[in-house]
Design a protein around this ligand. Sequence first.
Ligand code: SF4
Length: 325
Amino acid sequence: HTPLLRIENLSVDFRTDDAVVHAVDGVDLEVDAGEIVAVVGESGSGKTVTAMSVLRLLREPPARVSARTLAFRGQDLRGLSPRALRAIRGGPVGMIFQDPMTALNPVLSIGDQIAETVLLHQRKPDRKAARARAVELLGLVGVPDAAQRVKQYPHEFSGGMRQRAMIAMAIANDPDLIIADEPTTALDVTIQAQVLQLLQKAQRETGAATILITHDLGIVAELADRVVVMYAGRVVETAGVVELFAKPRHPYTLGLLASLPRMDTETDRLDPIPGNPPNMAAPPPGCPFHPRCALARDVCRTDRPPLFEISPDRRSACHFHEELA
Ligand code: SF4
C-alpha cells in the first residue's frame, strides 16, 4: 500500500564554519491515513528537524537535507518549487508549532490570518466567505466570542488561545496530515490538557493523520497510535503505543518510561536518564547511547546497531533487544 507520508533514509546536516552537525541520520518514517504517530525524544534528538524537513521548512543552507524518498500522497516533495510547497502548507498539511507567537504575524488580526489561510486554498477566492469561515473556525476551537475576537491581534490572545488559533489555521482546509511540534510545551499545565483535548477533537473531526512531536510520554500515552523513539538523530525504537509502554525493547525507551511520574506510588520522584545527549558534531562510535546505557557492553562501544526488525511493526536499534524481551 502507499502510505500517506513516506520518508526513507532522511539525513539532515548543519554546516557551521568548523563543524558538520549530523542532526538526522538515516531516518525512515511512514504515516498512514488517519493514524497518530508520536515522534519522541529529548531535545537534540532530531525529532523536530525530521518534521521540519517534510515541507522544507529548514533554511538550506545551513541545513542540507537528503532523502531516498520524501513523498506525500505518492507525490515526490523533493523537487517542488517554494510556491508548490506553500500550497501544501496550510492546505493538505496543517502545522502547529510550539510557540504560536513566532508562527503568527503580530501585525495582522487573528481573523485576517485565518482568513488568509482559507483564501490561499480556495479555488475562487471569496474574501467574505473566508472571513465568515474564520469566525466559524475560531468558535470550533473553543475561543469564546469568536465574532468579536477575530478582530484582535495575537498579543491580545493568551498563550492557550493563541494555540487554539493555530489549531484553527491547521484545520482550516481539511488537512490529510497535521504536524504538531510540541504543541503544548509552552503552555501552563492546566491549559495543556485543554489544548490536547482540542487537538484530539480536531484530529477526529478532520480524520487527519497526525505527527505529534513531543518529549512528553504522558501525551503519547493519551493520543498516539504508534510511537517512533529518536535518539541522536536516529530512530532507536518503533512500536504500537500499547506494546511500547508494556514492553519497551530499547534501553533508551526504558529510561524515558522510568522518568515518567507515576500515579500509583506516593513519590513523584523522577529517575531521569543519567548524562546528556551526545554532541552531534562528534557522536560516539558504536551505539550512540552507550555512554548513558546501563546495559552497554564492549560491542556497544565499537559496533553501531542497525534497526533490527522484531516483528512487522516493531523495531529496535539495540544489540540486546532480544534479552530485553
Ligand atoms: Fe545499550 Fe548496547 Fe543496546 Fe546501545 S546497543 S542501547 S549501548 S545495550
